[in-house]
Design a protein around this ligand. Structure first.
Ligand SMILES: [Zn+2]
Length: 130
């Protein structure tokens, strides 16, 4: 899922194959255009800003086996990390790296605590909800 996957997928293979810094090994490049292997989808929040036909093809609502999800999970930490942008912009690279690393470790620790609380809640109540 990507905010502009509907546009990105058009040239994904070309971008990957012509980029000397591509992290994807060459024997995987063809998978970028294999619709039986890879589906390009746009997250729910962003799909509302696209034209209607995008929603039909790239939206999650009509995608089998996806379930009900927003697709925005990776962005949930941004409100916190955006604040760090202002706080770190005057720092040198080393201090900025230390600060952001500390921030991300704290975010991950907080997520793990919440996952533990959720698991305990499920175990105590016998309920499994997603
Ligand atoms: Zn679109």
């Amino acid at each position: 899922m990507y905010d502009i996957a509907c546009k990105f997928n058009v040239n994904a293979l070309k971008r990957c194959s012509t980029n000397p810094f591509s992290p994807l090994e060459e024997h995987y490049w063809r998978r970028l255009t294999d619709v039986g292997f890879l589906l390009y989808k746009v997250n729910k929040f962003h799909i509302r800003g696209h034209k209607a036909s995008c929603g039909d093809f790239y939206g999650l609502a009509y995608t089998p086996l996806v379930g009900m999800r927003a697709g925005e999970e990776i962005e949930t930490g941004w409100p916190h990390s955006n604040r760090e942008g202002t706080a770190t912009r005057e720092m040198d690279a080393g201090k900025r790296l230390d600060m952001l690393q500390t921030h991300m470790l704290f975010m991950n620790q907080s997520k793990m605590k919440k996952m533990g609380e959720w698991s305990l809640d499920c175990a105590l109540t016998g309920a499994y909800y997603f």
